[in-house]
Design a protein. Sequence first.
Length: 638
Amino acid sequence: MLVCPHCQFDNPNSNLFCQNCGESLTFHHCHECGEKVPFSEAICHKCGALTGFTWWAIVVGDDPEAGELSPGAPDYLDIGQRYRLEKPPASPGEEIPDRQARVFDCQPLQKSVLKVFLEDRSGLPDLGLVGAEGEEVPDWLPKAAVPYLRLKDFYPAVPEVHDTWQEGNREVILLDDRSAWPSLSETIERENPPILQLIYWFDEIAKLWKALADVGCCRSVLVNSNLRVDEDRAIGVQQLIADLPDSLPDLRDLAVLWKDFLPSDRDPLVFALRQFLERLRAGEIESVTELRLQLQELGDEEANFPEEEALALQEAIEESIEFMSDESSAAIEETEETTSPSTADLTSIIADEEDEHATDIAPTRLLTLADAGATDTGRTRRHNEDCFGINSEITRQQTNRSRNTRGRGLYIVCDGMGGHASGEVASSLAVKTLQEFFIPRADEKMPGQDVIEEGIRQANQTLYQVNQAQESYGSGRMGTTLVLTLVRDTTVAIAHVGDSRIYQINRRGLEQLTVDHEVGQRAIQEGVPAAIAYSRPDAYQLTQALGPHDNHYIKPDIRIFEVREDTLLLLCSDGLSDNELIEKNWQTHLSPLLSSSANLEEGVRELIELANQQNGHDNITAVLIRIKVQADLETRPG
């Protein structure tokens, strides 16, 4: 079967075009010059850009002296000649014992062998538990792939397995290709990041340690070249590296690696971090929990250290602390021990070491804020009664100690009703009124629910007064639905009236954040079964909208929450959300947009194209908001 890269529909191998969405199954367009390039080709023949689908191959248990990996097909990794080698696999080294190579996927629309197995899950164990105590490894599954499957919840820190197979004593694993990601050491040398960023990276590595220890792969974060930094400045490993049975790593090895990442200047906080690493190397820090607690304390010191005190201490360090005696070191440690909270006092900050993966040692702060929006008339309508508004501002401030990003945004989607002229006026007037209310408040903190409701009621009253002045009645009275989102850094407020929707997408999946204000939903909330509620002829009739009635009839749903992980928000009219289009296609059209490298403008256009293909009966509007966050070590919880 050929899996369409646009809509994920399974097509017969003989198809040239997807029978679901009509997209080509033989070529795609070069991202550099737009030329058509066959899916089987790795390089654009016009501009030379890399357009092929690549994977990172790990070959385990293979004798590098044995010659070709695939006899009779020396340029390929497999006998079926699907995965073509960019160059011969690198020979094993002392740090990375397995052969590695980048491969081009010559049949990228075909399902991998692993995916075929996973789709037929009858009799399969939980792959997250495979290889754990008491759990057997299926005969068809290479043992080298087991650690990746057990750590699947740690993606993207640990790469996903695309495919895996075994041939005799040789096991092959294909992973996400991270060879283009810069190494952590390269990133530090190039950017000279603030100390807080280093502490954040160290904590990300520490969070992985226990999980890696459970699968015997702690060396994965001890090999410098294996530590990579993605586009969002998050830590990831290129591959898992098995520990040596006669030389098991421990936390002291982290200190040896981390000290090479520290800057050479004499900043007092760099000095404090060096002292911390000395304690770690000496074995004074015995658990991941304690390690992360002390990283938290260092983050607090960095955030709260007075500038004058820092300068004075720096002078003292330059004069006398370069070669500290053992007695001085002991005195400093004794002082820290009497003035710092004990580990027991801080257990409320960090959860037990047994649950390290679920732990966040600090609140989040904004890393990036991006947005895009578009609207379309649709295939059958002659006029567009939808309207949207985007007002956002992103500011950045950076010093040698810290980097801060502030983001503020107002996002509105309205779906007008009441006939062509009335619908257009209602939606655009609502957007204009709401912008006039909220934009002057953009520099303030997040408004409370009462203020947000006041703005919505003001928009309703404006439309209602126009209706009254025109003496319109019945279906001739103009009105509009509303979805609204306010962003203040990592705080988000949403509000809605009518059946336009807001969706949230993150690593846990898709969630609809709004409930349609319509007769069917009201019946369900009153206890009527969904099948009966939506069998009514008026099930989809709105129970409220802006404009037709005065403020006594308007009860907007309002919610304020904190964003704790990378999140994509979608505001849309029902022309996009009808027929469960979002629920059926979010994994292909929304989830990839979480990546900072994804173009939101293109993402919106593709959503509207999809809606025109599968719906198209109404106007279509979409607004996307991408909020990327990172741990905020400047703020201690509680």
